[in-house]
Design a protein around this ligand. Sequence first.
Ligand code: SAM
Length: 447
Amino acid sequence: MKKYELRDTAVTLLSRIGDQGGYSHLLLDKTIQTKGFDSRDTALLTEIVYGTLSYKLTLEYFLRQFVNKKLENWARWLLLSAFYQMYVLDRVPDHAVIHESVEIAKQRGHKGIASLVNAVLRNVQRKGFPNLDNIQDPAERISLETSHPKWLVERWISHYGETTAREMCAVNQVEKPISVRVQPMLTTRETAMEELTSQGFTVRASAINPQGIIIEKGNILKSDLFLSNQVTIQDQTSMLAGQMVDAAPGMTVLDACSAPGGKTTHIAETMKNEGKLLAYDLHAKKAKQVSQKAEKLKLTIIEANQADARNLQETHAPETFDRILLDAPCSGLGVLRGKPDIKYHKSEQDVLSLASIQAELMHDVAPLLKVGGKLVYSTCTVDKAENEQVVQTFLAEHPDFEVDPDFQQELPKAVQDAPGLSSNGLQIFPQDFDTDGFFLVRLVRKA
Ligand SMILES: C[S@@+](CC[C@H](N)C(=O)[O-])C[C@H]1O[C@@H](n2cnc3c(N)ncnc32)[C@H](O)[C@@H]1O
């Protein structure tokens, strides 16, 4: 490998992901395979690419302080990735970053650009990066410190206050630990934890789900337990949705927006694979994923098919289901951790259009619930328009429904004190339990 090939590859990947919209993990995996990088180089390449993307707005702000002319894309990414290494990565010496960046500029461009790269990076080395503490506007400061779009920070401040918004943005920059759900028909949490520990894993029981295990150390994808389907990967907050559906063996249950099927399979397990679980998804390919997952886990009560959940009244009689899960399509603002670039592609308009689809979905699946039946509404986003307000509007228009009076007390103890718990549902912030952000509420049909 040429000395600077790794950093040069990072620049190519950043241009393809950052400017051309390529999928970060796919491009990275393919490049690592083709180039045959060893594990150390792979780790550094991944760190530079993901880190630069996840701090893009911060690094671009720094760049504007040092360069006031338009650069070619590759040169911009070269400087941004060098900034990332100098700003965040303590173990990489500045002189190595500067030397290799100048070499890359020489190879890719002309002498002029190489000396510009050299001058900018030496200037940064001498003066340091601008101090973000001097920024007065709180939204602007959080936006630049944590590289979140300013509209989003402003929205979160207006919904939840400055402290919560700041903590959320900060934790979004840190990867969350992987968690798994134990398949109760195949093993118990205690046995699974013992087995993993004896194989060298460091694990911890989830405080918010009785089937959840947090993997602190070890590659779960290679474990016997994962390969034999005794555990499946799922965020602890998602497990909460399946649990709160409160489905029992023999019931008829609807999972209206089910793919890829994490919650469907969880619900089928709580039903001990007895009864009927109809799962739908708007996309046929995705509904197939649910069938495949069900088949793999031998959960025969799941029937997965393609359908627009807004039209299910055409094929199902009113009051068919004992339980309904509406895990609605959403803006995904709760799942930004470990996904360095998706926060830049969201807009306020996306949030608002999704909120109106969510309201339609609620309105259209509700008549399918039996009187006395329970409906869980959930999203993996953190936004009042998509969460509490959808619930509030629905309840105002459907006096035959109410928030289940047992909802709060049936939540796991740890969650009952969560700051986002209100009369309209539970908003989990990613910083509360070191998970994704998630919203859920359980409604009951009174008449
Ligand atoms: C949040 S994801 C569901 C995740 C899933 N419940 C799980 O835990 O694995 C939302 C799903 O809703 C589907 N979807 C979007 N609009 C829909 C509609 N109108 N009817 C049914 N499914 C829809 C999307 O294709 C997506 O797979």
